[in-house]
Write a protein that binds this ligand. Sequence first.
Ligand SMILES: [Zn+2]
Length: 371
Amino acid sequence: MQVIRKGLILAAFWLCKLLGVFDLARRLTRSRLRVLCYHGFALDDEARFRESLFISRERFERRMRYLRNSGFRVLPLDEAHRRLRAGTLPHDAVAITIDDGFHSTHAVAKDILARHRFPATLYLTSYYFQKGTPVFQLAVDYICWKSPRSTVDLSGLGIAGLDGATAIAFGDDVRREVSRIVHAHGSALPDEAARVALSRRLAGRLGVDYDAIAQSRILSLVSPRELQELQASGMRIGLHTHRHRLPESQAEALRELADNRAAVEPVIGRRMTDFCYPSGVWSAGHRPALRRAGVETATTCESGLVDRHRDPYLLPRILDDSRVSMIEFEAELSGFCEVLRSVRARTHRNAVALWHACESLPGCVAPALSI
Ligand SMILES: [Zn+2]
């Protein structure tokens, strides 16, 4: 049913494009800023593992080519936002943002962006940037997903909840449950070295090579040298908290931002003023902490285009990943989805199936990089 619905939506998008509705929507929304959002770029099979977090090199290259060939103007986010507020933003302006700071930002995205001379903003979370090890929770999920075993023995790992698991059928639900139990156990361990040891022991039981994952760096963040090279290539670096979370407590939120600054700013040699909410989670209570920390813009994971009256601490974006087809990408970039969203918001009626297209787009799903 879901597949049929999705097929109908895509067919409707194609029809609207052919009838010139996309062109009309683009003219109607040309003064608004489009902020694209990416996360990781696949070096191996990450896009199959986590579609919402990784995009293939080919798909990203195709998106950038589309921006170039379709006459969009790609600007740095800070400049674009300043010009939007001043009323001097050129028509069809796009800003590119990349969250988290995966190694693949350097290994894949850097050269593609440079080839097109497109600037971008990278929001770097810094705990794993400093550690240099794979992101623990992501690595555990990947190991459980990757395991070729249909039956596994997880006893003797010292993990409460798995001690009696001597011969368990390792289906999809069990893999997810094992991940959840190992996350909880790992988060209570005293340090990252203990979490690495746990990941390695788990991988051994599941028939997966942990060291190969670590060496490939598919689940690791950029190194300090790579970050400097990204900055030298024209990328702006922004805040994304140290531990990938923004607590409600102002004191704790300020500490997250301060720790993030302390880890990154000495490496890049400049002050960061752009911020992205980790996992897109925000609340009005965050505002005083952001203001005190000197944040000028903050992006969410909510779908939308930015007009000049938009709250600078709540900038919506267009999330792009492996689940998004080219026609859906075009529908968002053209502003067609934005027009549908505003019609829906105004009327509060959902009778027209096409309007549901906005909900089915992946913009509202916030991929989590849990630490
Ligand atoms: Zn993030």
